[in-house]
Design a protein around this ligand. Structure first.
Ligand code: LCS
Length: 395
């Protein structure tokens, strides 16, 4: 039989594994702990000799179902759901490194990830080695930062907030040549648009808060990889640091993710239309969208992604003042951080999501001070364009 399409797995995947009732929608297992039949049963589950749940920090049937679904959608053996995207990233970085180690990462990252690497890992004796955007494209440059103390390679593609596109297969080759895991943050693309594990990456992380949830109502994260690596992360981090996802949130993520393919298709098609319109606007200096032929990562994105995503950034003439005037004159688009929601969201990276970078660090990574980032929602694209048109006219 032909394998099921991703669109079908998004709706049905993993549910059949967890039939505990005749409900179409699996119930929420809202419980902190679980009864044992007798002392020997409890001891057997604790030792791993028998299957079962012991405590929701360690495992929960609803969270387990969401994990299975995400493993299926990313093409990994296993997954770990976490309380936030940052918890997912920390849960990979902390158990894989110790003082004296280093990690090699692209410098263009979500501001929280940049801060985790640049301040908090550094404080613990783990040095981040950041690659500027141009160096991320050169295999020799990526390899040149690796030494015997490197423990992992890390990248975001498309990157927050500049939409730089990095070559996952090329980085995976470098990682494999050095026997290191490549970790890819797949938040901006979602598993519908891009499959990093199929391109050679070892671990995928997500801020599930964004496209996976899709409705702007919950925070969560996911890690996907081999059963061996997920076991290692559970044993050396999750069970003791406790970044567990709530069963209620896992249930909402299971509900939200069912419409992922439909939502992504609309996000992508609208973003393409809006990016082309912005690109032709006399008051817009530059549009960063991988779907535009002039984007430096266009050809790579066309190979690596199904469509070009729902995220873009643009620079208005007049720099920061121009960008602020646009943000302050929008009526439909909402001035807010986060992304991947049904509503179109706009924000200013330099003063918001990427305020964790110094102005010099932003300049080095191509985050212009006037750059505004747009997360295209699922409204009618022409209504979003009309809103942007009025705001640009007022700018
Ligand atoms: N990775 C990426 C690419 C992100 O954009 C974010 C959050 C995270 C990880 C962290 O996930 P969280 O803990 O928030 O679930 N990005 C945000 C943004 O651009 N605006 O607000 C949050």
């Amino acid at each position: 039989m032909k394998p099921l399409a991703k669109e079908t797995l998004i709706v049905h995947g993993a549910h059949a594994d967890h039939v505990t009732s005749l409900d179409l929608v699996p119930p929420i297992h809202m419980t902190a702990t679980y009864r044992f039949n007798d002392a020997d049963h409890g001891a057997a589950i604790f030792s791993g000799a028998a299957e079962g749940f012991v405590y929701t920090r360690i495992g929960n049937p609803t969270v387990d179902l969401f994990q299975k679904k995400m493993a299926l959608l990313e093409g990994g053996e296993d997954a770990i759901a976490t309380a936030s995207g940052m918890a997912a990233i920390a849960s990979v970085a902390l158990p894989l490194t110790q003082p004296g180690d280093n990690i090699v990462s692209c410098a263009t990252l979500y501001g929280g990830t940049y801060s985790l690497f640049n301040h908090h890992l550094r404080r613990m004796g783990v040095a981040p080695r950041f690659l500027r955007p141009a160096d991320c494209r050169a295999e020799a440059q990526v390899a040149s930062l690796i030494d015997s103390n490197t423990r992992l390679l890390y990248m975001e593609t498309p990157a927050n907030p500049t939409l730089d596109v990095l070559d996952i297969a090329m980085w995976a080759q470098v990682a494999k040549a050095h026997g290191l895991p490549l970790v890819v943050d797949n938040t901006f693309a979602s598993p519908w648009l891009q499959s990093p594990l199929a391109l050679g990456a070892d671990i995928v992380v997500h801020s599930a808060t964004k496209y996976i949830g899709g409705h702007g109502d919950i925070i969560g994260g996911v890690i996907v990889g081999t059963a061996e690596m997920m076991g290692r992360i559970r044993e050396h981090h999750s069970h003791h640091f406790g970044p567990a996802m709530s069963p209620f949130n896992a249930w909402l993520f299971l509900r939200g993710v069912k419409t992922l393919a439909l939502r992504m298709e609309r996000h992508c098609d609208s973003a393409m239309k809006i990016a082309r319109w912005l690109d032709a606007h006399p008051k817009v200096d530059r549009v960063h969208y991988p779907g535009l032929p002039g984007h430096p990562g266009h050809a790579l994105a066309a190979r690596q992604m199904k469509k070009f995503g729902g995220m873009m950034a643009f620079e208005v003439k007049g720099g920061l003042a121009g960008g602020k005037a646009v943000m302050n004159n929008l009526r439909l688009c909402i001035l807010a951080v986060s992304l991947g929601d049904c509503e179109t969201l706009i924000q200013h990276p330099a003063s918001m999501t990427h305020a964790t970078y110094t102005p010099q660090e932003r300049a080095a990574t191509g985050i212009a001070e006037g750059l505004v980032r747009l997360s295209v929602g699922i409204e009618d694209a022409d209504d979003i364009i009309a809103d942007l048109d009025a705001a640009l006219a007022a700018a």
